[in-house]
Write a protein that binds this ligand. Structure first.
Ligand code: ADP
Ligand code: GLC
Length: 497
């Protein structure tokens, strides 16, 4: 039997993931977690999923048995190569090692000055173009049956397939929109540099109100669209949440599927998590208190077991609604609570949370930066995770919160609405509540939700019940990966709904 990669049987469906991030190689947000975990979860379902990623600095060195698959001469202004290797977790990854595009200090999207890299159009056109060449089987001996594109950075793959002379032989594509706010907008004049024909810049193509949009190319030309929760899939069809794309998406609403994200329950397991001060589980819940004390000690807060610890782990941007938390802070802190914030992003929000920590040194601790290990300790030590997002395609921190018994307090939007059951009277009575939801997404409603949470916290019996229920929720990838697997099957059969 001819095998795909690493001895997988040839009857495995071959899926190429094209993504700008993948945990543990490179991560700025939830997309990395999804691109790292979903391909692994698909393996047992008969899917051979390979990930294609830009070769940012340090990424190649993290791969085991990295080997060149193909040369990529003259790739958008320089020579490059395609390299395949395996992560420490066993995920098979292909990297575009292109020094002129990716070898530079800074983040995947922003330079050290905090501004977008000026050649982002070329950096992600290269990712998309290589994705298209792999799709046609022109690089190495692995040819996918279907290509799964993630966000605007990969969306142009659909254009390269559409305008290729062999387009009839192109495999189908699924574009997952992880966040409609990022549309990959550039000056129309970059079109030539992208090596796409003039006809691509059409109102029915990638032209978008006088700009060129990578995301629109994907929305127009991908075989199927998906997003990361059923509620967000409905929200983006409305002018309110469609961010200018609602009309386009409505036109394809029969080919738009919402599948809630899972989490990697191996990496995020309070019983085995190496980052924690003490392991705990729903059965040994008292040990969670050791993590709370360790967190308070680490962040310089008074070590008290009677005080609720609220936590935020987030990009600090308008999307996440954390300005509402700042507005609600005096009222929240009047209830004798502690707040720990781990985040990075807008400088004004960073400064506001630093100021809050200075103003309330015994109640607020702020860590500005990106710290994976600390994010685990925060989930383990916190009693509640606060996620007041204005919109949230799925959200993962509330899922980690459920798993670690850190009760999510969430805005009733997008995937937050789909993954948390509000502790209203009926849900408490029926024994199904897993968190607290609030709406509208305003400071007052958030303050009320936090007060409700703290009231529940003070009722030790009720609180433990919610924690145990939250921790027993199925938040893993299993059933969600199965939904992707059946979506791939439908798309391959050309009858996706
Ligand atoms: P988004 O992708 O919109 O940022 P998600 O909730 O889906 O939101 O995913 C965020 C991911 O990034 C989670 O894994 C979260 O723990 C992580 N994260 C966000 N900010 C930080 C930070 N400052 N340090 C460590 N991890 C962070
Ligand atoms: C995006 C969204 C977030 C989602 C993540 C992974 O970054 O903002 O809600 O969980 O992608 O799909």
């Amino acid at each position: 039997m001819r095998s795909g990669v690493d001895g997988l049987p040839s009857d495995y469906v071959k899926i190429l993931f094209v993504t700008p991030e993948c945990y543990p190689l490179v991560k700025t947000g939830g997309l990395a977690d999804v691109a790292g975990a979903l391909p692994m979860a698909l393996g047992p379902m008969g899917v051979d999923a390979q990930v294609l990623l830009p070769g940012y600095p340090g990424v190649r060195a993290q791969l085991h048995s990295a080997q060149r698959v193909a040369r990529l001469p003259g790739l958008f202004g320089g020579n490059a190569e395609l390299v395949r290797g395996t992560t420490a977790h066993g995920l098979s990854v292909m990297l575009i090692d292109a020094p002129h595009l990716y070898h530079r200090p800074g983040g995947p999207y922003l330079g050290p000055d905090g501004k977008d890299w000026p050649d982002n159009h070329l950096r992600f056109a290269a990712l998309s173009w290589v994705g298209a060449q792999l799709a046609f089987g022109r690089l190495g001996d692995w040819k996918p049956d279907l290509v799964h594109l993630h966000d605007w950075q990969a969306a142009l793959t659909a254009a390269y397939l559409r305008f290729d002379k062999e387009r009839a032989a192109a495999p189908p594509t699924v574009l997952t929109i992880h966040n409609l706010a990022f549309q990959g907008l550039f000056e129309p004049s970059v079109r030539k540099a992208l090596q796409l024909p003039a006809e691509a810049m059409h109102v029915d193509g990638m032209e978008y109100w006088g700009t060129l949009s990578f995301l629109k190319a994907g929305v127009q030309w991908a075989s199927h669209l998906s997003t990361v929760s059923p509620t967000y899939a409905r929200e983006i069809l409305t002018p309110n949440d469609g961010m200018g794309f609602d009309g386009l998406l409505r036109a394809r609403s029969n080919e738009l599927t919402g599948i809630v994200n899972g989490i990697d329950t191996g990496l995020w397991d309070p019983e085995t998590d190496p980052h924690l001060a003490a392991p705990f589980s729903a059965r040994k819940l008292t040990a969670k208190a050791k993590n709370t004390a360790a967190l308070q000690r680490e962040l310089g807060l008074p070590v008290r077991s009677d005080v609720p610890v609220l936590a935020v782990v987030s990009r600090l941007t308008a999307q996440k609604g954390l300005d509402l938390l700042l507005d609600a802070l005096p009222r929240v802190l009047a209830t004798d609570a502690q707040l720990v914030v781990l985040g990075t992003g807008d400088t004004a929000l960073e400064a506001d949370f630093r100021d809050a920590a200075e103003a309330y040194p015994t109640q607020v601790a702020t860590v500005i930066g990106f710290d994976e290990a600390l994010s685990h300790r925060l989930q383990a030590g916190a009693h509640a995770m606060v996620v007041p997002s204005r919109f949230e395609p799925c959200g993962l921190t509330q899922l980690y919160g459920l798993r670690y018994g850190a009760i999510p307090v969430v805005a009733r939007v997008g995937g937050l609405a789909d993954t948390v059951i509000d502790a209203n009277e009926a849900a408490l009575h029926d024994g199904v509540a897993t968190g607290v939801q609030f709406s509208p997404v305003e400071a007052d409603a958030l303050a009320v939700a936090i007060e409700r949470t703290i009231e529940l916290f003070r009722d030790k019996v009720a609180w433990q019940k919610i924690q145990k229920r939250a921790m027993s929720r199925d938040v893993g990838w299993g059933s969600r990966a199965a939904q992707y697997e059946s979506l791939y099957a439908k798309v391959l059969a050309g009858r996706a709904q």
